[in-house]
Design a protein around this ligand. Structure first.
Ligand SMILES: [Zn+2]
Length: 72
């Protein structure tokens, strides 16, 4: 099927929000007008963690990865 979504977060960031692309691609009929709200995913990643994992409210898997420390 499709590749797993990956959300990138900056160094030091412990919370993130994103939109589930799979939900946007296939909105639930009942919430079509609220597709963006329904697709919204919020989560946390521990400051010392480089990778994480979450799911949107419909269960689509989403990986979280921390961007390398490129900017001071
Ligand atoms: Zn989804």
């Amino acid at each position: 099927m499709s590749e797993r979504q990956v959300i990138w977060v900056r160094a030091g960031v412990t919370t993130f929000t994103c939109l589930c692309e799979e939900c946007l691609a296939e909105p639930e009929p009942k919430v079509e007008t609220l597709a963006y709200r329904a697709a919204k995913v919020a989560g946390r990643l521990r400051a010392e963690a480089d990778v994480g994992f979450t799911r949107c409210h419909r269960g689509h898997p989403i990986s979280i990865r921390r961007v390398g420390r490129t900017a001071a």
